[in-house]
Design a protein around this ligand. Structure first.
Ligand SMILES: *Cc1c(COP(=O)(O)O)cnc(C)c1O
Length: 473
């Protein structure tokens, strides 16, 4: 303990003295000498600053080293780490969207560890094209003439517009001028791609003649954007791909379609609502389709571009392509996911995104019964814990108004309504502070853990005891 009368120098141990202690040797072993020395200096500096007001703190050497250990642990933790997504939104953009199948993880590890034939033709021993690893597979699964893949769908849209309509006008319906979270806005992307957006129609109604009137000498392409994160209902009219393709082709222009979350299979066979596929878009006459790799496709972050061979060739020649290309690890994951699609019979069990979306409510209810007692046991007496039927959503702007029947564990703080808001916030905070943070949602005066996406129930239950250690809520 510190004697308030002592001068600072006498109170705080020296750096050298701290580094010579046995407990410090263990820290040096774990974190290295440089990081440990820096942490010792930082803790001493902090103590020196805080000391006059803070003299009651135990400042014996062991106490200081304890602070050093805490600091080192905090510094060495990765800020990006796994969480339990119990929000009820399956493809949650803020939580990393699609979980990857084991097959993809193995493929990623294999190419990450050493050299690969990324741009090397094993048959000829000459330089190869990295696109070759994916393009044929994408064409096989979409029926496209040609394909290429970039970093994400935003990049795909940017590249397609810049390659096919730079310096030209591109008419888009006012009903399709979307903004996707994270500031992807069609008007902005259009400008950055070097194209001039021509708005046609109105928010709720756009007619074929609106497009026909907008097309002129300066037009470079026609574009449709899938309004993936909202739906305009009521007195609405949009022009279908077929009619729009006719207008485009009459003027010798390409029709581009940004599908957003293009799926490669008919989702209705899994009891899910239908979402347009790239194959359908192309069958309707669309010339180039773009879609994400990590939305309904269930793969890694990527942007897929499929369509007419001459247009894809032009897109591939754009120097921007080099700046937007995907890396070998992503490529390995995407190839592994696409390979799963070649075996549709087993797809729903092997592809986590589809498995979670199609998960029957009874199965989720069984998970709820399994984890409910552990959650109840880990909570204080000031809450009521039970299970309720709830609604999950697909997320990532896919099928925005569809809901999937699910089951949640509901935790309700008792007490007055006024105090409950703060209690709910504390509850959510406590779950977020677990070693593998648990992210739920607050709804109707309760904290809900939607169990649709909980597959590792054992891992989830194992850490719940820590909620008690964190103190009553
Ligand atoms: C999600 C989405 C994008 C952006 O795709 P990212 O893969 O997130 O870059 C673009 N357009 C539409 C219609 C979308 O739904």
């Amino acid at each position: 303990m510190t004697d308030p009368a002592q001068p600072l120098q006498a109170v705080l141990p020296s750096v050298d003295k701290l580094l010579r202690r046995d407990e410090t040797a263990a820290l040096i072993d774990a974190y290295g000498r440089t990081a440990t020395t820096n942490a010792v200096r930082q803790v001493l500096a902090e103590l020196r600053e805080g000391l006059p007001a803070d003299k009651s703190v135990a400042l014996d050497e062991a106490g200081v080293i304890g602070r050093v250990a805490d600091l080192l642990e905090a510094q060495s933790a990765f800020t990006l780490r796994p969480v339990f997504n119990l929000t009820g939104t399956v493809l949650h953009t803020n939580l990393g969207r699609a979980p990857l199948p084991e097959e993809a993880i193995e493929a990623m590890t294999a190419v990450a560890r050493g050299a690969s034939n990324l741009e090397f033709d094993l048959a000829t021993g000459k330089r190869g094209d990295r696109d070759d690893h994916l393009d044929a597979l994408v064409c096989e699964l979409t029926g496209a003439e040609a394909a290429t893949v970039v970093n994400n769908n935003a990049a795909a849209v940017l590249l397609v517009l810049n390659s096919l309509a730079k310096g030209k006008e591109v008419p888009v319906s006012r009903g399709e001028l979307i903004e996707i979270g994270g500031s992807f806005r069609i008007p902005d992307i259009m400008r950055r791609a070097g194209c001039k957006l021509v708005e046609v129609g109105t928010t709720n109604r756009t007619h074929l003649k609106d497009y026909a009137e907008a097309v002129g000498d300066k037009t470079g392409a026609l574009m449709k954007v899938h309004t993936s994160n909202y739906e305009v209902q009521g007195f609405t009219k949009a022009v279908g791909e077929k009619e729009l393709a006719d207008v485009a082709h009459k003027h010798d222009l390409p029709l581009i379609d940004d599908l957003g979350s293009g799926t490669l299979v008919d989702l209705s066979q899994y009891g899910l609502p239908h979402e347009p596929t790239p194959a359908e878009a192309m069958a309707n006459g669309v010339d180039v389709v773009t879609f994400s790799g990590d939305k309904l496709l269930g793969g890694p972050q990527a942007g897929l571009i499929v369509g007419r061979a001459d247009l894809i060739a032009k897109i591939k020649k754009n120097p921007m392509k080099r700046a937007l290309r995907i890396d070998k690890v992503t490529m390995a994951a995407l190839a592994a996911v696409l390979h799963l699609y070649r075996d549709p019979d087993r797809l729903a069990s092997r592809l986590p995104t589809l498995r979670l979306l199609a998960r029957p409510q009874e199965e989720i209810a069984a998970v709820a019964q399994r984890v409910l007692p552990s959650i109840a046991a880990a909570m204080g007496n000031d809450v009521v814990v039970d299970t309720i039927d709830c609604q999950s959503q697909i997320g990532s702007g896919s099928l925005p108004i569809e809901r999937l029947p699910s089951v949640a564990v509901r935790i309700q703080p008792s007490g007055t309504k006024k105090g409950r808001g703060a209690a709910l916030k504390r509850l959510a905070e406590k779950f977020r502070s677990l070693p593998v943070p648990v992210i739920g949602r607050i709804q109707d005066d309760a904290f809900l853990l939607d169990l649709r996406c909980l597959e590792d129930a054992d891992g989830f239950v194992a850490q719940l005891a820590k909620l008690k250690e964190a103190g009553g809520q």
